[in-house]
Design a protein around this ligand. Structure first.
Ligand code: FCB
Length: 411
Protein backbone atom coordinates (compact mmCIF):
# COMPACT_ATOMS: atom_id res chain seq x y z
CA UNK A 1 0.00 0.00 0.00
CA UNK A 2 1.19 3.51 -0.80
CA UNK A 3 1.43 5.82 2.15
CA UNK A 4 0.42 9.42 1.72
CA UNK A 5 3.09 11.22 -0.33
CA UNK A 6 5.17 13.24 2.15
CA UNK A 7 5.54 16.31 -0.06
CA UNK A 8 1.78 16.54 -0.74
CA UNK A 9 -0.25 19.38 0.70
CA UNK A 10 -1.31 18.16 4.15
CA UNK A 11 -4.90 18.37 3.01
CA UNK A 12 -6.42 18.41 -0.46
CA UNK A 13 -9.06 21.10 -0.53
CA UNK A 14 -11.02 20.68 -3.71
CA UNK A 15 -14.11 20.94 -5.82
CA UNK A 16 -15.43 18.23 -8.14
CA UNK A 17 -17.24 17.86 -11.47
CA UNK A 18 -17.69 15.09 -14.04
CA UNK A 19 -17.34 15.33 -17.81
CA UNK A 20 -20.88 14.55 -18.92
CA UNK A 21 -22.41 16.82 -16.31
CA UNK A 22 -20.49 19.96 -17.28
CA UNK A 23 -18.77 19.62 -20.66
CA UNK A 24 -21.67 19.93 -23.05
CA UNK A 25 -22.15 18.35 -26.48
CA UNK A 26 -21.25 14.84 -25.50
CA UNK A 27 -22.27 11.81 -27.54
CA UNK A 28 -22.43 8.70 -25.37
CA UNK A 29 -24.85 6.16 -23.91
CA UNK A 30 -26.35 8.88 -21.66
CA UNK A 31 -27.16 11.23 -24.53
CA UNK A 32 -28.97 8.30 -26.16
CA UNK A 33 -30.84 7.70 -22.91
CA UNK A 34 -31.77 11.39 -22.73
CA UNK A 35 -32.97 11.32 -26.34
CA UNK A 36 -35.39 8.53 -25.41
CA UNK A 37 -37.09 10.92 -22.96
CA UNK A 38 -35.90 9.35 -19.71
CA UNK A 39 -34.72 12.67 -18.24
CA UNK A 40 -36.66 15.96 -17.98
CA UNK A 41 -33.85 17.87 -19.77
CA UNK A 42 -31.22 16.84 -22.26
CA UNK A 43 -27.66 17.61 -21.22
CA UNK A 44 -27.10 19.55 -24.49
CA UNK A 45 -24.62 22.38 -24.04
CA UNK A 46 -24.70 22.02 -20.24
CA UNK A 47 -22.08 24.51 -18.90
CA UNK A 48 -19.83 24.32 -21.98
CA UNK A 49 -16.98 23.49 -19.63
CA UNK A 50 -15.21 21.71 -22.50
CA UNK A 51 -14.69 25.12 -24.10
CA UNK A 52 -14.74 27.35 -21.06
CA UNK A 53 -12.47 25.37 -18.77
CA UNK A 54 -9.85 28.13 -18.56
CA UNK A 55 -12.39 30.67 -17.42
CA UNK A 56 -13.85 28.12 -15.00
CA UNK A 57 -10.43 27.29 -13.60
CA UNK A 58 -9.84 31.00 -12.93
CA UNK A 59 -13.02 30.98 -10.84
CA UNK A 60 -12.20 27.67 -9.15
CA UNK A 61 -8.77 29.02 -8.18
CA UNK A 62 -10.52 32.02 -6.64
CA UNK A 63 -12.39 29.65 -4.33
CA UNK A 64 -8.98 29.01 -2.78
CA UNK A 65 -8.86 25.26 -3.33
CA UNK A 66 -5.64 23.38 -4.09
CA UNK A 67 -7.18 20.45 -6.01
CA UNK A 68 -9.70 19.80 -8.77
CA UNK A 69 -11.43 16.49 -9.36
CA UNK A 70 -12.80 16.05 -12.90
CA UNK A 71 -13.33 13.19 -15.30
CA UNK A 72 -12.12 12.44 -18.78
CA UNK A 73 -14.81 11.29 -21.18
CA UNK A 74 -14.18 7.84 -22.61
CA UNK A 75 -16.64 8.42 -25.46
CA UNK A 76 -14.65 11.44 -26.67
CA UNK A 77 -11.30 9.70 -26.31
CA UNK A 78 -12.36 6.45 -28.00
CA UNK A 79 -15.42 7.21 -30.14
CA UNK A 80 -14.99 3.95 -32.08
CA UNK A 81 -13.44 0.74 -30.76
CA UNK A 82 -9.67 1.03 -30.83
CA UNK A 83 -9.74 4.47 -32.52
CA UNK A 84 -8.37 7.09 -30.23
CA UNK A 85 -9.15 10.71 -30.95
CA UNK A 86 -5.94 12.78 -30.72
CA UNK A 87 -7.94 16.02 -30.41
CA UNK A 88 -9.73 14.77 -27.32
CA UNK A 89 -6.47 13.55 -25.78
CA UNK A 90 -4.79 16.88 -26.58
CA UNK A 91 -7.73 18.66 -25.01
CA UNK A 92 -7.40 16.81 -21.71
CA UNK A 93 -3.67 17.37 -21.71
CA UNK A 94 -4.10 21.12 -22.27
CA UNK A 95 -6.79 21.20 -19.62
CA UNK A 96 -4.66 19.32 -17.11
CA UNK A 97 -1.74 21.66 -17.79
CA UNK A 98 -4.06 24.54 -17.09
CA UNK A 99 -5.24 22.88 -13.85
CA UNK A 100 -1.60 22.73 -12.74
CA UNK A 101 -0.94 26.32 -13.82
CA UNK A 102 -3.80 27.28 -11.55
CA UNK A 103 -1.94 25.58 -8.66
CA UNK A 104 -4.49 22.81 -8.44
CA UNK A 105 -3.67 19.12 -7.96
CA UNK A 106 -5.46 17.20 -10.74
CA UNK A 107 -7.55 14.27 -9.50
CA UNK A 108 -8.77 12.42 -12.56
CA UNK A 109 -11.78 10.12 -12.75
CA UNK A 110 -11.60 7.60 -15.56
CA UNK A 111 -15.20 6.38 -15.51
CA UNK A 112 -17.97 8.61 -14.18
CA UNK A 113 -21.13 6.76 -15.30
CA UNK A 114 -20.97 7.37 -19.08
CA UNK A 115 -19.84 4.92 -21.77
CA UNK A 116 -18.96 5.14 -25.44
CA UNK A 117 -21.98 4.01 -27.43
CA UNK A 118 -20.10 1.15 -29.10
CA UNK A 119 -19.14 -0.27 -25.70
CA UNK A 120 -22.64 0.14 -24.27
CA UNK A 121 -24.11 -1.64 -27.34
CA UNK A 122 -21.83 -4.59 -26.71
CA UNK A 123 -23.15 -4.97 -23.17
CA UNK A 124 -20.86 -2.48 -21.42
CA UNK A 125 -19.15 -3.92 -18.39
CA UNK A 126 -20.86 -7.28 -19.01
CA UNK A 127 -18.78 -7.75 -22.15
CA UNK A 128 -16.37 -10.64 -21.52
CA UNK A 129 -13.45 -8.46 -22.62
CA UNK A 130 -14.59 -5.36 -20.71
CA UNK A 131 -11.52 -5.27 -18.42
CA UNK A 132 -9.30 -5.41 -21.47
CA UNK A 133 -11.25 -2.62 -23.24
CA UNK A 134 -11.13 -0.47 -20.13
CA UNK A 135 -7.43 -1.11 -19.70
CA UNK A 136 -6.73 -0.15 -23.32
CA UNK A 137 -8.52 3.17 -22.79
CA UNK A 138 -6.76 3.79 -19.47
CA UNK A 139 -3.43 3.14 -21.18
CA UNK A 140 -4.11 6.00 -23.60
CA UNK A 141 -5.11 8.34 -20.79
CA UNK A 142 -1.96 7.52 -18.85
CA UNK A 143 0.23 7.93 -21.93
CA UNK A 144 -1.27 11.42 -22.26
CA UNK A 145 -1.63 12.56 -18.66
CA UNK A 146 0.60 10.24 -16.67
CA UNK A 147 3.46 12.72 -16.31
CA UNK A 148 1.07 15.46 -15.18
CA UNK A 149 -1.40 13.79 -12.85
CA UNK A 150 -0.70 11.61 -9.88
CA UNK A 151 -4.22 10.97 -8.53
CA UNK A 152 -6.67 8.68 -10.32
CA UNK A 153 -10.14 7.45 -9.51
CA UNK A 154 -10.82 4.43 -11.70
CA UNK A 155 -14.59 4.16 -11.21
CA UNK A 156 -17.07 6.56 -9.70
CA UNK A 157 -19.62 4.92 -7.38
CA UNK A 158 -19.65 1.33 -8.62
CA UNK A 159 -22.56 0.43 -6.34
CA UNK A 160 -24.73 3.34 -7.50
CA UNK A 161 -23.93 2.44 -11.09
CA UNK A 162 -24.98 -1.15 -10.36
CA UNK A 163 -28.20 -0.29 -8.51
CA UNK A 164 -29.43 2.47 -10.83
CA UNK A 165 -28.49 0.80 -14.11
CA UNK A 166 -29.29 -2.84 -13.32
CA UNK A 167 -31.49 -2.87 -10.18
CA UNK A 168 -34.01 -0.04 -10.40
CA UNK A 169 -33.42 0.59 -14.10
CA UNK A 170 -33.63 4.36 -13.65
CA UNK A 171 -30.32 4.88 -15.48
CA UNK A 172 -28.91 3.30 -18.62
CA UNK A 173 -28.99 0.53 -19.62
CA UNK A 174 -32.34 0.57 -17.77
CA UNK A 175 -32.36 -3.06 -16.68
CA UNK A 176 -34.31 -4.28 -13.70
CA UNK A 177 -32.73 -7.59 -12.90
CA UNK A 178 -31.69 -8.92 -9.53
CA UNK A 179 -29.36 -11.33 -11.25
CA UNK A 180 -27.57 -8.62 -13.21
CA UNK A 181 -27.46 -6.37 -10.17
CA UNK A 182 -25.64 -9.14 -8.36
CA UNK A 183 -23.32 -9.92 -11.25
CA UNK A 184 -22.28 -6.44 -12.35
CA UNK A 185 -20.27 -5.56 -9.23
CA UNK A 186 -17.58 -8.26 -9.73
CA UNK A 187 -17.27 -7.14 -13.38
CA UNK A 188 -16.66 -3.57 -12.29
CA UNK A 189 -14.13 -4.81 -9.79
CA UNK A 190 -12.24 -6.71 -12.51
CA UNK A 191 -12.09 -3.51 -14.60
CA UNK A 192 -10.90 -1.51 -11.63
CA UNK A 193 -8.13 -4.00 -10.85
CA UNK A 194 -6.90 -4.09 -14.41
CA UNK A 195 -6.87 -0.27 -14.53
CA UNK A 196 -5.11 -0.07 -11.16
CA UNK A 197 -2.22 -2.23 -12.36
CA UNK A 198 -2.02 -0.43 -15.69
CA UNK A 199 -1.76 2.95 -13.94
CA UNK A 200 0.94 1.67 -11.58
CA UNK A 201 2.88 0.27 -14.50
CA UNK A 202 2.90 3.67 -16.14
CA UNK A 203 3.46 5.63 -12.97
CA UNK A 204 4.61 3.73 -9.92
CA UNK A 205 4.02 6.63 -7.52
CA UNK A 206 0.43 7.17 -8.69
CA UNK A 207 -2.29 7.31 -6.03
CA UNK A 208 -5.24 5.25 -7.24
CA UNK A 209 -8.64 4.74 -5.68
CA UNK A 210 -12.38 4.36 -6.25
CA UNK A 211 -15.00 6.96 -5.30
CA UNK A 212 -17.57 5.03 -3.27
CA UNK A 213 -21.03 6.42 -2.60
CA UNK A 214 -21.63 5.74 1.07
CA UNK A 215 -25.03 6.07 2.71
CA UNK A 216 -25.64 6.35 6.43
CA UNK A 217 -28.04 3.43 6.88
CA UNK A 218 -29.99 3.51 10.11
CA UNK A 219 -32.91 1.44 11.39
CA UNK A 220 -36.29 3.04 10.76
CA UNK A 221 -37.32 1.92 14.20
CA UNK A 222 -34.27 1.76 16.41
CA UNK A 223 -36.09 -0.54 18.85
CA UNK A 224 -36.72 -3.11 16.15
CA UNK A 225 -34.08 -5.83 16.03
CA UNK A 226 -35.10 -6.68 12.48
CA UNK A 227 -34.71 -3.07 11.31
CA UNK A 228 -31.29 -2.91 12.94
CA UNK A 229 -30.19 -6.13 11.23
CA UNK A 230 -31.50 -4.86 7.92
CA UNK A 231 -29.44 -1.66 8.36
CA UNK A 232 -26.32 -3.70 9.07
CA UNK A 233 -26.82 -5.85 5.99
CA UNK A 234 -27.39 -2.80 3.79
CA UNK A 235 -24.32 -1.14 5.25
CA UNK A 236 -22.23 -4.16 4.42
CA UNK A 237 -23.63 -4.84 0.95
CA UNK A 238 -23.80 -1.26 -0.29
CA UNK A 239 -21.04 0.50 1.64
CA UNK A 240 -18.30 -1.91 2.61
CA UNK A 241 -18.38 -4.97 0.38
CA UNK A 242 -16.80 -3.34 -2.66
CA UNK A 243 -14.20 -1.57 -0.53
CA UNK A 244 -13.27 -4.89 1.01
CA UNK A 245 -12.98 -6.57 -2.39
CA UNK A 246 -10.71 -3.81 -3.67
CA UNK A 247 -8.67 -3.68 -0.46
CA UNK A 248 -5.36 -4.47 -2.16
CA UNK A 249 -5.87 -2.19 -5.14
CA UNK A 250 -6.72 1.11 -3.46
CA UNK A 251 -4.13 3.60 -2.26
CA UNK A 252 -6.91 5.67 -0.77
CA UNK A 253 -10.64 5.26 -0.26
CA UNK A 254 -12.77 7.89 -1.98
CA UNK A 255 -15.94 8.77 -0.07
CA UNK A 256 -18.95 10.41 -1.71
CA UNK A 257 -21.34 11.26 1.09
CA UNK A 258 -24.72 12.95 0.82
CA UNK A 259 -27.39 11.54 3.11
CA UNK A 260 -28.98 8.95 5.40
CA UNK A 261 -31.47 6.25 4.46
CA UNK A 262 -33.58 4.01 6.70
CA UNK A 263 -33.70 0.26 6.79
CA UNK A 264 -37.07 -1.30 7.43
CA UNK A 265 -37.51 -5.02 7.71
CA UNK A 266 -40.81 -4.85 5.85
CA UNK A 267 -38.84 -3.63 2.82
CA UNK A 268 -35.88 -5.98 3.04
CA UNK A 269 -32.85 -4.41 1.30
CA UNK A 270 -34.93 -1.52 -0.09
CA UNK A 271 -34.20 1.48 2.14
CA UNK A 272 -36.66 4.26 2.86
CA UNK A 273 -35.37 7.69 1.75
CA UNK A 274 -36.47 9.74 4.77
CA UNK A 275 -38.89 10.09 7.63
CA UNK A 276 -41.67 12.67 7.65
CA UNK A 277 -40.66 16.11 8.91
CA UNK A 278 -37.01 15.98 7.89
CA UNK A 279 -35.14 18.84 6.22
CA UNK A 280 -34.63 17.81 2.61
CA UNK A 281 -32.47 19.16 -0.17
CA UNK A 282 -33.76 19.83 -3.69
CA UNK A 283 -32.84 16.21 -4.47
CA UNK A 284 -35.20 15.07 -1.72
CA UNK A 285 -32.23 13.93 0.37
CA UNK A 286 -32.15 14.43 4.12
CA UNK A 287 -29.42 16.72 5.46
CA UNK A 288 -27.53 14.60 7.97
CA UNK A 289 -23.96 15.73 8.79
CA UNK A 290 -23.54 13.22 11.66
CA UNK A 291 -23.76 10.48 9.06
CA UNK A 292 -20.48 11.66 7.55
CA UNK A 293 -18.70 11.31 10.88
CA UNK A 294 -20.14 7.82 11.38
CA UNK A 295 -19.23 6.72 7.85
CA UNK A 296 -15.66 7.99 8.26
CA UNK A 297 -15.17 6.38 11.65
CA UNK A 298 -16.50 3.07 10.32
CA UNK A 299 -13.86 3.16 7.55
CA UNK A 300 -11.03 3.11 10.08
CA UNK A 301 -11.00 -0.67 9.87
CA UNK A 302 -9.62 -0.51 6.32
CA UNK A 303 -6.59 1.46 7.49
CA UNK A 304 -6.29 3.57 4.34
CA UNK A 305 -6.10 7.31 3.79
CA UNK A 306 -9.53 8.73 2.99
CA UNK A 307 -10.44 11.40 0.48
CA UNK A 308 -13.94 12.83 0.63
CA UNK A 309 -14.29 12.90 -3.13
CA UNK A 310 -17.84 14.38 -3.08
CA UNK A 311 -20.06 16.11 -0.56
CA UNK A 312 -22.52 18.84 -1.38
CA UNK A 313 -26.09 20.03 -1.53
CA UNK A 314 -28.67 20.89 -4.18
CA UNK A 315 -30.39 24.06 -3.08
CA UNK A 316 -31.35 27.48 -4.38
CA UNK A 317 -30.85 28.87 -0.88
CA UNK A 318 -27.17 29.63 -0.54
CA UNK A 319 -27.52 30.23 3.21
CA UNK A 320 -28.51 26.60 3.55
CA UNK A 321 -25.48 25.62 1.48
CA UNK A 322 -23.21 27.55 3.86
CA UNK A 323 -24.70 25.79 6.85
CA UNK A 324 -24.34 22.45 5.08
CA UNK A 325 -20.66 23.10 4.44
CA UNK A 326 -19.93 24.12 8.01
CA UNK A 327 -21.83 21.22 9.52
CA UNK A 328 -20.21 18.63 7.28
CA UNK A 329 -16.69 19.97 7.76
CA UNK A 330 -17.27 19.98 11.49
CA UNK A 331 -18.26 16.33 11.17
CA UNK A 332 -14.97 15.70 9.32
CA UNK A 333 -12.97 17.31 12.10
CA UNK A 334 -14.80 15.21 14.72
CA UNK A 335 -13.83 12.10 12.76
CA UNK A 336 -10.21 13.28 12.56
CA UNK A 337 -10.21 13.70 16.32
CA UNK A 338 -11.08 10.01 16.53
CA UNK A 339 -8.00 9.11 14.52
CA UNK A 340 -9.50 8.91 11.04
CA UNK A 341 -6.98 9.72 8.29
CA UNK A 342 -8.97 12.16 6.15
CA UNK A 343 -6.62 13.65 3.56
CA UNK A 344 -8.95 15.75 1.48
CA UNK A 345 -12.41 17.14 0.93
CA UNK A 346 -13.98 17.93 -2.45
CA UNK A 347 -17.19 19.91 -2.54
CA UNK A 348 -19.71 18.73 -5.15
CA UNK A 349 -19.91 20.69 -7.25
CA UNK A 350 -17.69 23.48 -8.53
CA UNK A 351 -20.43 24.57 -10.95
CA UNK A 352 -24.15 24.02 -11.27
CA UNK A 353 -24.55 21.18 -13.74
CA UNK A 354 -26.65 18.50 -15.37
CA UNK A 355 -27.90 16.04 -12.78
CA UNK A 356 -28.39 12.51 -14.10
CA UNK A 357 -32.07 11.79 -13.63
CA UNK A 358 -33.24 15.28 -12.67
CA UNK A 359 -31.71 17.45 -15.37
CA UNK A 360 -30.78 21.07 -14.65
CA UNK A 361 -33.18 21.78 -11.77
CA UNK A 362 -30.91 20.82 -8.83
CA UNK A 363 -28.29 23.48 -8.17
CA UNK A 364 -25.19 22.07 -6.50
CA UNK A 365 -22.67 24.73 -7.54
CA UNK A 366 -20.46 27.01 -5.51
CA UNK A 367 -20.45 28.83 -8.83
CA UNK A 368 -23.88 29.56 -10.23
CA UNK A 369 -24.48 29.05 -13.93
CA UNK A 370 -27.10 30.90 -15.94
CA UNK A 371 -27.75 28.32 -18.65
CA UNK A 372 -29.28 30.88 -21.06
CA UNK A 373 -26.28 33.18 -21.11
CA UNK A 374 -23.56 30.85 -19.81
CA UNK A 375 -22.70 33.54 -17.27
CA UNK A 376 -21.08 32.36 -14.06
CA UNK A 377 -21.39 34.01 -10.65
CA UNK A 378 -19.81 33.11 -7.34
CA UNK A 379 -22.10 32.13 -4.51
CA UNK A 380 -21.47 33.44 -0.99
CA UNK A 381 -20.76 29.86 0.03
CA UNK A 382 -17.64 29.97 -2.18
CA UNK A 383 -16.30 32.83 -0.02
CA UNK A 384 -17.12 30.90 3.13
CA UNK A 385 -15.35 27.81 1.76
CA UNK A 386 -12.35 29.99 0.96
CA UNK A 387 -12.18 31.39 4.48
CA UNK A 388 -12.36 27.89 5.98
CA UNK A 389 -9.59 26.72 3.65
CA UNK A 390 -7.43 29.77 4.44
CA UNK A 391 -7.58 29.12 8.15
CA UNK A 392 -6.89 25.40 7.71
CA UNK A 393 -4.03 25.23 5.21
CA UNK A 394 -1.74 23.62 7.75
CA UNK A 395 -4.18 22.82 10.46
CA UNK A 396 -4.63 19.27 11.65
CA UNK A 397 -7.30 18.25 12.48
CA UNK A 398 -9.50 20.78 10.73
CA UNK A 399 -10.53 23.75 12.74
CA UNK A 400 -13.93 24.78 11.47
CA UNK A 401 -15.23 28.12 12.75
CA UNK A 402 -18.32 28.09 14.93
CA UNK A 403 -21.53 28.66 13.06
CA UNK A 404 -22.02 32.26 11.98
CA UNK A 405 -24.99 34.25 13.34
CA UNK A 406 -27.73 31.68 13.61
CA UNK A 407 -28.76 28.52 11.85
CA UNK A 408 -30.38 29.05 8.49
CA UNK A 409 -33.60 27.20 7.88
CA UNK A 410 -36.17 27.60 5.17
CA UNK A 411 -35.76 24.81 2.68
C1 FCB B 1 -23.19 11.52 -7.03
C2 FCB B 1 -22.57 11.50 -8.42
C3 FCB B 1 -22.36 12.87 -9.00
C4 FCB B 1 -23.53 13.79 -8.72
C5 FCB B 1 -23.91 13.76 -7.25
C6 FCB B 1 -25.06 14.65 -6.90
O1 FCB B 1 -23.77 10.29 -6.75
O2 FCB B 1 -21.30 10.87 -8.37
O3 FCB B 1 -22.12 12.73 -10.37
O4 FCB B 1 -24.57 13.50 -9.54
O5 FCB B 1 -24.22 12.46 -6.87
Amino acid sequence: MMSWPPHMAPFLWGVATSSHQVEGNNDNDWTEWEACGHVPDRSGASCLHYEKYNQDLDLIAQVGVNAYRYSVEWSRIEPEPGQFNPDALDHYRAMTESVIRHHLEPVITLHHFTLPKWFARQGGFFHPRAPWYFERYVQQVLATLGDLARFYITINEPMVYAVMGYGTGQWPPGHKSLKELWQIAPRLLACHRQAYHQIKLRRSDAMVGIAHHLLAFEPYNEYSWLDRQNARILHYLFNHRFIQWAQNTQDFIGVNYYTRQYARHRHFLVPVMHKPGHLLTDMGWEIYPDGLEKILVALKRFDKPLLITENGIATTNDGVRQQFLLDHLTAVSRAQNQGVMVRGYFYWSALDNFEWAEGFRPRFGLIRVDYDTQQRSMQESAALYRSIIDSNRDHWPLNVPPKPEQRVFGL
